[in-house]
Design a binder for this molecule. Structure first.
Ligand SMILES: NC(=O)c1ccc[n+]([C@@H]2O[C@H](COP(=O)([O-])OP(=O)(O)OC[C@H]3O[C@@H](n4cnc5c(N)ncnc54)[C@H](O)[C@@H]3O)[C@@H](O)[C@H]2O)c1
Length: 255
């Protein structure tokens, strides 16, 4: 168990990230919320759980915003034990891969893959610098990918590519940081009820009713948050680079 540490959750103004922030607060973490949007509700919920909350407005794709966020966390909390790379976007327009624009490709890759990759790099270097002060304190990094890391959706190819990249980033950082006592995990959500999926609610309602997922319900943000809680809770200390599917069994092949 990582006791009384500090966590950074990106994209935690709403949805899955907000649920993760609250779960971490319940587990004893002070939580920095880094989001392009106002995170007032999440800050209130973290405070209600009895922990300090720090709202940082910024774009995970912007190098200066990332550096400013870490400087602010260092000033306010003086430490960082957990990073959750959750912020992510779908393409603004679902276009078939025969029509995808370079602009949409660059936007999705910058927010979903490049930004988190370099945020992880900066956080990992900071965690390594903290190590002498807390030699035995577990630290960890959790990436929120998607079933789109392996399921091909030709209507949002750039999203699938970005999430497949997040899966490889998980392996790379896990291999790089194991020696430093920093475990890295990937949570792979399926269909989760948030604003991101609200636009395709009817489609997914029907797919779930028709048996798409062995567990026949929508996932909730709290389902993902509990899996993050398991990663930071100390029960997976001999596992790193591990993928945890939170998808109602979508990944199963059945015959
Ligand atoms: N909802 C699902 O079914 C589902 C499934 C698989 C994976 N995911 C992944 O889970 C994560 C969270 O998704 P969600 O459903 O909660 O989405 P959401 O759209 O409800 O919330 C995303 C949050 O990220 C923030 N954000 C967007 N761009 C940002 C940026 N550039 N910098 C900082 N913050 C930014 C938004 O303001 C918002 O608060 C994403 O990475 C998404 O790809 C979601």
């Amino acid at each position: 168990m990582i006791v009384a540490g500090a966590a950074l959750v990106t994209g935690a103004a709403r949805g899955i990230g907000a649920a993760i922030a609250v779960e971490l607060a319940r587990r004893g973490f002070d939580v920095a919320v880094f989001d392009v949007a106002d995170a007032g509700q999440t800050v209130a919920d973290v405070s209600a759980a009895g922990r300090k909350a720090l709202a940082i407005v910024g774009d995970v794709a912007n190098p200066a915003d990332r550096a400013a966020a870490l400087a602010e966390i260092e000033a306010q909390f003086g430490r960082l034990d957990v990073l959750v790379n959750n912020a992510g976007v779908a393409p603004k327009v679902r276009a078939g891969i025969l029509e995808t624009t370079e602009e949409s490709y660059d936007r999705v890759m910058a927010i979903n893959l490049k930004g988190p990759y370099f945020l992880t790099q900066a956080v990992a270097n900071w965690m390594i610098r903290q190590r002498p002060d807390r030699p035995d304190s577990p630290m960890c990094i959790v990436n929120i990918s998607s079933v789109s890391a392996y399921a091909a959706s030709v209507g949002r190819g750039e999203y699938c590519l970005s999430k497949a990249g997040v899966s490889m980033a998980t392996k790379l950082w896990a291999a790089c940081l194991a020696d430093c006592g920093i475990n890295v995990y990937e949570i792979r959500p399926g269909i989760i009820r948030t604003d991101m999926t609200a636009v395709v609610k009817e489609k997914y309602d029907k797919l779930i009713a028709d048996g798409l997922t062995p567990i026949d319900r929508w996932g909730e943000p709290e389902d993902v948050a509990k899996a993050v809680g398991a990663c930071v809770g100390g029960d997976l200390n001999f596992s790193t680079g591990e993928v945890i599917n939170v998808d109602g069994g979508f990944h199963l092949r059945t015959l």
